[in-house]
Design a protein. Structure first.
Length: 267
């Protein structure tokens, strides 16, 4: 029971990775506040996991405040925040995107999780620390044509995670990002229906859920400010390399200079 006695907020918890992660955290003993737009779907999974639920639409700027207010009503502290909720947003060339939909994507995928981090950190620093996981996605570490809103938001969320991880390192708060890979979820089906090629070979959401549990448990003590791929990175062994991680930029966003590619352009 790696998370026994821990209180956790999970957004986007009614389906997909959010639901799988919530179930994995429940098995490890966490108390849960599950958040999603669909009240009916939330009620079903909430009953199954004996969890608290709150229907909230992260397109509403007031939603983060409402979520933390409900958590404070339920618990004396919050130990874990998992920002999983996301929308695909408009698909296609940016010049052709519906701009209201573009802004909604930034709100749901970047501004709302950032505010949830802000509010949770303000509480966590009063109660001895905590762990935050922000779920990244395609476009965070490289261009993703035809998904400009989604990619911009996810890249911003990863850099935000790295930044606040440095800010709160001395407060006992760890912040990491997870790249779950393309999964068999409704979001992937939405992409495929739009006719976008190479959506990615689907992976099992259970793998990303295991990584999330790993990062919010003490198994990953000392690991913070990183973007970790559930599919490609040897995350089960990273606890053996904490000192190396602290002194490198491994698993972070960064700029590549010519010399690192064998180019001597300054000569």
């Amino acid at each position: 029971m790696k998370l026994q006695g821990n209180n956790a907020i999970v957004t986007g918890a009614s389906r997909g990775l959010g639901a799988v992660a919530a179930e994995a955290m429940h098995r490890e003993g966490a108390g849960l506040l599950l958040v999603a737009r669909s009240e009916a779907a939330l009620r079903e999974i909430g009953d199954h996991l004996e969890a608290h639920t709150l229907a909230a639409d992260l397109r509403d700027p007031d939603a983060p405040q409402a979520i933390l207010a409900e958590a404070r009503r339920l618990w004396p502290r919050v130990d874990i925040l998992v920002n999983n909720a996301a929308i695909t947003g408009p698909i296609g060339m940016v010049a052709d995107n519906d701009w209201n939909a573009w802004r909604d994507t930034i709100q749901v995928n970047l501004l709302a999780p950032a505010e949830l981090c802000k509010l949770s950190i303000a509480w966590m620093r009063q109660t001895g620390g905590g762990r935050i996981v922000n779920v990244s996605g395609g476009g965070a570490s490289g261009p993703r044509p035809n998904f400009s809103a989604y990619a911009t938001a996810k890249c911003g969320l990863v850099r935000f995670s790295e930044t606040i991880a440095a800010e709160v390192a001395d407060l006992g708060i760890r912040v990491n990002s997870v790249a779950p890979g393309a999964m068999h979820t409704d979001m992937l089906q939405e992409v495929l229906r739009a006719g976008v090629e190479r959506a990615g070979a689907p992976s099992d959401p259970k793998l990303a859920a295991e990584l999330i549990v790993h990062l919010v448990s003490e198994e990953s003590a000392g690991i913070t400010g990183r973007l970790i791929s559930a599919v490609w990175d040897p995350w089960r062994n990273l606890h053996r390399h904490v000192e190396d991680l602290e002194n490198t930029d491994v698993y972070t966003l960064r700029r590549i200079v010519p010399e690192e590619r064998g180019k001597a352009w300054g000569e």
